[in-house]
Every structure is written in structure tokens, then in C-alpha cells.
Write a protein that binds this ligand. Sequence first.
Ligand SMILES: *Cc1c(COP(=O)(O)O)cnc(C)c1O
Length: 385
Amino acid sequence: MIYLDHAATTPLDKEVLNEMLPYFSETFGNANSQHTYGQRAASAVVKAREEVAECINAKPSEVYFTSGGTEADNWAIKGTALALKEKGKHIITSKIEHSAIYASCKQLESLGFEVTYLDVSSDGFVSPDDLRKAITDKTILVSIMFANNEMGAIQPIKELAKVAHERDVVFHTDAVQAAGALHIDVKDLGVDLMSISGHKFYGPKGIGCLYIRSGLKMERLITGGEQERSKRGGTTNVPAVVGMGKALKKATAEIDKNAEYVSSLRDRFIEKVENRISDIKFNGPRHDRLPNNASFSFRYIEGESILFSLDLKGICASSGSACSSGSLEPSRTLLAIGTPVGLAHGTIRFSFGKHNTVEEVDKTVDILAEEVERLRAMSPLYKKQ
Ligand SMILES: *Cc1c(COP(=O)(O)O)cnc(C)c1O
């Protein structure tokens, strides 16, 4: 099998797994208990919190563990809306956000908030000028993703945060795709809130964190006990927290090495695909792009049919994003960069990882070229050409 869907999830790193294992068995304590079992678990959580904080240049007290990227995104949007609703009810985001942001904004619209969805350029970038023009006296939050999960565009976060702060507006970024792949320094970027998720950098699933700048006003999303400094209730998922700390530390130490390797595979793939297959559209930018992402739309065929054929040959890729696959609606992100609806349906995202090889890239291109040709030969759309 050739796994080319690292933007959906990554395999758990063996070293990370080993670090987690004791917390499923002998060190099973509740991190909130006062006795020795509890304290052992609690000190593991302290260590993991320090590891995460160090990787993003935050203070440990600014790191709040959540059940994943989705919860962190929901919390950032709804927690800010609840905390600042007296100040205003206007939120600004973009047309290419992950569904965790988009659906949170839609829910707030149904509760009387107003949301502006900024356009992006044809290669996928949000413009700081557009943001500046969209801010009003009622704007309380701007949320723009760090790097796009479907077509890889890396946004000018530092500039965008600066524009928001010129008007005293809170700035959030969904950095789920960026964490572990790009260097992140929350202080240098000037963001107030940032979401990350463990399973996108070879850590476990079901764990994420929200960075909340100290002093920022935030309401709770998950109410309950006094965990996470009384901001997020629920018994701490100690093994997952431990795994996330270790995984981010490892990924951060390897960023330069992995980015160079993974982007070399990705570039080889792009070049070969463009040489071998005609009638395709490359989605997203050629620069300021995640190292792992290659997205192509293939004219005259359905992405789902290509994916199915690839899967039969042992290659795992994705149509757009894992979160919206299965839906018949074309991807919001692809439409936002100007991909026509028909072409959007013929889109496949290949996302590479540190365990992939040059041989896998070459084999994938061979099989892809054959399958695209075979499917096009059966397509009534193609025959008419
Ligand atoms: C995967 C992903 C999420 C969701 O994270 P989960 O931990 O899977 O809930 C959010 N945003 C982006 C950009 C993602 O790629």
C-alpha cells in the first residue's frame, strides 16, 4: 500500500506510541486526583504542556488541551463570540476554512451573529487589504487558517494579525496543517488564539490544543470540572496529551529535514504528473505552499472514480478534504479559487509524508496516468472532444 493522505491523518510515530503506553496501564491515574497515582499522571501532563508550549513559543499556561483540532476551532470561534458579544456580533473569516470553522460560523449566524467570508486569490491567498476593508466597529474576531488542507496555500498570518490588531480585533488561526510542518512562533506571529491537532504530525487522534494568549477574554465551550485551569471541563486524556507533547517536540526538531525531503517528493510528483497527463489543473500556489501537498483536478472524470481505481491498486489519496468527502457538494475551497464546478468534482489531493519514497512517487504517477487514461476512454465527456 502507498499512503498519500497525510493531510487527513498521519501514522502514529513508534517512539510516540512507546511514550504513551504506560499511561494506558500502570500509570492510569486521573491527573486531577491528589494521591500518588494522580500526581504521576499530572506531572506527565505538565511535561507535555511544556513541550507543546516550547514548540510554539507560548507559555505553558497559554496551552489548553482539547479533544482535537475541531474542538479547538469551535472553542476559538464560539468562546470568543460568547465573551465579546456585548462589544459586537461581527466575525470575519475566509471562504477556504476547514468545516470546523465554517460550521461554527454558520451556527453563530443562526444565533444572530453576522459573518463575513473573505474571498481568496486564484492561487488561494487571503488579502490583508480585503481584511482591513471588512473590519467594522462591531467586529470581534478574525479567523484565518494558517495553511489550507486542500490546496496547501500558506496565508500571510503575521500581516493579517497585524491588520486585525490595528482595530483591536482578536485574531485566531487554525494551524492544524501547519503545526509540525512549518516553524510556528505565536509571539512573532502575534496571534491571540491558535488551534493545533495531534494526529496531523504523527501523534495520536482525539487530542489537540488551543493556544489562548494570556489575558484574552474567553468563555468556556466545554463546561464541567475545573480541568485546564477551569477553562475546559472533562477528565484529561493523559496518554493522548503525553503523545501530543512528544509528537510535536519530535516533529518540530525534524521540521527542516522533513520539509526538504517531503517537498522534494511532492515536487517530483508534480513535475511528472504535469509531463505525463494532459487536461489537468494544478490547484493552489506554486510558492508559499505546504511541503506535503499536491492537488490536481482532472478534466472529464470524477475524482471519486480515480480514487476508487487508485485504491484498488493500493494507493490511498483523497478527493479534496477527508472532512467533506462523501458529500456531493463541490469543495468550498476549490470553488473559492475559481475551479469550475465540473472540474472541482475531478479533484484529487495527494499529501506526502516522511515515510514515503521516491519509488512510491514514481509508481503512483505510472498508475495514475494509466487510470486517468482508462477512465477518460470510458467518459462520454472526453469522447466528444
Ligand atoms: C484535520 C483538520 C482539522 C480538524 O482536526 P481534528 O483533530 O481532526 O478534529 C481542523 N482544521 C484543519 C485545517 C485540519 O486539517
